[in-house]
Design a protein around this ligand. Structure first.
Ligand SMILES: [Fe+2]
Length: 321
């Protein structure tokens, strides 16, 4: 792949549309993500075959139950959706990759924007019984000294959910403490320069954080000596952002099987899937299949998985639901 895409067509790409989270029990997950995390709008709830996944699952066919969830409190800085996926093939949902420290190769968190992180966190942990992974902390992040509040809880499968408020980036819409939509997805990569250029050409253009060091509250999350964390956070003009991480001296491969429990993939929204695929193909990007169309009852779900620089599970999505 060349990693270089025609910049003039940037508006075609609309940032991260959703983060895919694998679950073992869809009904329990719908309850938790709806009631605890506020993603209570079910845009579709589909059970059936998912075409175009043969390259990723190494199966001739993949059946799954898929629910696309939106938050009624989504904002411009917390716009993203969450897609729950329950693999229905033999053995069900693969496990969360074991001993995966944050930032190892693979998807490592879904981040939900909030108004008033301490209040929301308190509610999640003490009223909803969510497992706490990191108590709220306030930080001023480099290189622009942006104020941010953040905390972490676990989803029912043990996946990491960050609760974050960009207090230094934008003033919240008014109202009570609340969770909004997805702000970004974090994932481990092997080469930050390549990742930056590749996703930069897909419209992820506004760097809001770059740091290279040790974020101490995460130290307990590593089953090995804590690696140095080089991370950047890039927001697009619309849609949710990305937070690639490169661990030093070594990044371990924790991508796991497609559909594994916890955050496991993300999708970039496009206004026209056929045009977006054609544009990326011209730039040398490989696709795992032609554009697919799934009738989800209330509309059409169109997607195509492509090969990102690290072979993560990433797709383009055109939402017609
Ligand atoms: Fe994050």
């Amino acid at each position: 792949m060349s990693g270089s895409v025609d910049q003039s067509n940037r508006p075609l790409f609309k940032g991260v549309d959703h983060v895919g989270v694998g679950v073992g029990d869809m009904d329990a997950a719908l309850w938790w993500f709806g009631r605890s995390l506020g993603f209570s709008q079910v845009l579709f709830d589909y059970t059936g075959e998912l075409p175009g996944l043969e390259d990723l699952t190494l199966r001739r066919r993949t059946r799954a139950r898929v629910a696309m969830l939106a938050s009624p409190f989504a904002t411009p800085i917390g716009p993203g959706r969450i897609k729950l996926v329950q693999v229905l093939e033999d053995g069900g949902a693969p496990p969360l990759p074991g001993d995966a420290g944050w930032g190892e190769l693979g998807i490592c968190e879904v981040c939900v924007h909030a108004r008033n992180v301490p209040a929301v966190h308190e509610q999640l942990v003490h009223a909803r019984g969510c497992a706490e992974l990191m108590a709220p902390v306030s930080a001023k992040v480099t290189p622009f000294d942006v104020d941010v509040d953040l905390s972490y809880v676990a989803d029912p499968e043990g996946g990491k959910v960050e609760i974050l408020e960009w207090r230094g980036l934008w003033r919240s819409l008014p109202g009570e403490p609340r969770l909004e939509g997805v702000n970004h997805v974090a994932f481990g990569v092997t080469d930050m320069t390549v990742t930056r250029e590749f996703y930069g050409s897909l419209g992820f253009s506004h760097l809001v954080l770059e740091s290279d060091g040790y974020f101490e509250p995460m130290r307990p999350w590593y089953p090995r000596e804590m690696p140095r964390q080089h991370m950047i956070l890039v927001l697009p003009g619309q849609g949710a952002g990305i937070e690639p991480v490169r661990l030093h001296p070594e990044t371990l491969d924790r991508r796991g099987e497609w559909g594994h429990r916890g955050p496991m993939e993300f999708a970039i929204g496009v206004s026209n899937l056929d045009r977006a695929c054609a544009q990326l193909r011209r730039a040398g990007v490989q696709f795992h299949s032609d554009p697919q169309l799934v009738d989800v009852g209330v509309g059409e779900w169109r997607y195509a998985y492509f090969e990102d620089p690290d072979g993560l599970y990433v797709s383009l999505v055109e939402a017609r639901y």
